[in-house]
Design a protein around this ligand. Structure first.
Ligand SMILES: CC(C)(COP(=O)(O)OP(=O)(O)OC[C@H]1O[C@@H](n2cnc3c(N)ncnc32)[C@H](O)[C@@H]1OP(=O)(O)O)[C@@H](O)C(=O)NCCC(=O)NCCS
Length: 342
């Protein structure tokens, strides 16, 4: 590999919007080729993106940080050849949980790859994120679509996979199948708050066991947590986000998952995106039939809310029972989350 001494990573400048929008187009075209959501082909979409990027750079005044958003470009010989965004946040309430900087829209122009720009963008992003956290631990997390060769790049620069996702079409959900017996899925009510809350430590332990440190450690379930969850369940019963539960023959809740349907906007072709995440399972039972009924209901609800596909996120690695249960629903591998400390 040739390291290029004149490579600079910095905030974007107002006159660079058009060049950066070309990088976005390259990224969305590549995403689509890997089976991701389609990017727009409409040049007016990219013209307005260019304008927005220039305006954004003007507002930032040479600083990569605007609120919780970080934007960096890599410049070679005066020309922008790469970019990355970071979204800085903290999941959960535990002070010991590291901050998360989500790595988004990393791209280096195909003419400028293998010169160290991708690594330099991530290194600078890590240092900006460390500055934002004022010394507290920060973990960088990126989602890599399954067929994307960038997975090897992330491995090379020290990221490890910690969470997996699959995707399934929302049509054709099976009525029932013998392996889903004896469970039924339904939307959770506020009165389910306590049993749903009691599943939370199992989800937290599962995430940590795979090295995903973005979320809180298992915690004691207290009245404040249950009350907050009941309020959340009351709000989400009829919205675009719902909590689903799997119930056994005795009426006991054995698993839960969160369904969200959102609209993807330009530069994507506007489309509805369905996500079923936070699979929290009773660790004393086989998760495969539980996940089977949750996915079946998730597909139906997501379809009714306009999504043609449903991403099943927050999964264990392939080979484990939860993953196997998801694959039995007809899902195919979709992406991995890779992480490293900044
Ligand atoms: C992924 C991407 C950003 C890498 O950028 P890059 O500038 O070529 O990467 P670098 O030159 O900094 O490479 C850093 C290291 O990763 C290795 N690497 C880069 N791409 C690789 C690949 N496809 N397979 C294996 N190793 C790879 C390099 O050899 C280098 O290793 P070294 O430092 O030990 O020699 C670039 O390929 C790209 O834009 N791809 C399309 C968009 C994309 O996939 N973005 C990520 C979305 S999650």
């Amino acid at each position: 590999m040739t390291r290029v001494p004149s490579l600079v990573v910095r905030a974007a400048r107002p006159d660079e919007g058009a060049t950066i929008s070309v990088l976005w187009r390259e990224l969305w075209d590549a995403h689509e080729a890997w089976g991701g959501y389609a990017g727009s082909r409409d040049s007016s979409v990219y013209a307005s993106l260019a304008q927005r990027l220039s305006e954004d750079a003007r507002v930032r005044g040479g600083q990569p940080i605007l609120g919780r958003h970080i934007h960096l470009v890599a410049v070679l010989g005066g020309v922008v050849i790469g970019q990355v965004e970071g979204w800085f946040e903290r999941h959960g309430v535990d002070e010991a949980t590291p901050f998360t900087c989500e790595v988004r829209s990393l791209v280096v122009s195909s003419r400028a790859r293998a010169c160290g720009a991708g690594r330099a963008l991530l290194d600078t992003l890590a240092s900006v994120a460390r500055g934002l956290s004022r010394g507290a631990p920060v973990v960088l997390a990126a989602e890599v679509l399954s067929p994307n060769p960038a997975y090897a790049f992330y491995t090379r620069v020290g990221y490890v996979p910690v969470s997996w996702a699959a995707r399934v079409a929302t049509d054709g959900a099976a009525e029932s199948s013998p392996f889903m017996e004896p469970y039924l899925a339904r939307v959770a009510h506020p009165s389910d708050a306590l049993p749903v809350a009691l599943l939370d430590p199992a989800l937290a332990a599962r995430r940590r066991s795979h090295g995903d440190v973005r979320f809180d450690r298992p915690r004691a379930i207290d009245a404040t947590f249950v009350g907050g969850l009941a309020a959340h369940l009351a709000k989400s019963e009829d919205g675009c986000a719902s909590e689903l539960v799997a119930v056994d023959r005795g009426g006991f809740i054995r698993a839960s998952a969160s369904l969200t349907v959102m609209t993807l906007e330009a530069p994507f072709v506007p489309t509805r995106r369905g996500l079923l995440s936070r699979f929290a399972m009773d660790p004393s039972v086989d998760p495969r039939p539980l996940v089977g009924v949750l996915v079946r209901l998730g597909r139906r609800l997501a379809r009714a809310r306009g999504a043609l596909t449903l991403e099943l996120t927050d999964l264990d690695p392939p080979g484990q029972l939860l993953h196997e249960g998801v694959m039995r629903t007809g899902a195919t591998p979709w992406s991995r989350i890779v992480e490293r400390f900044a």
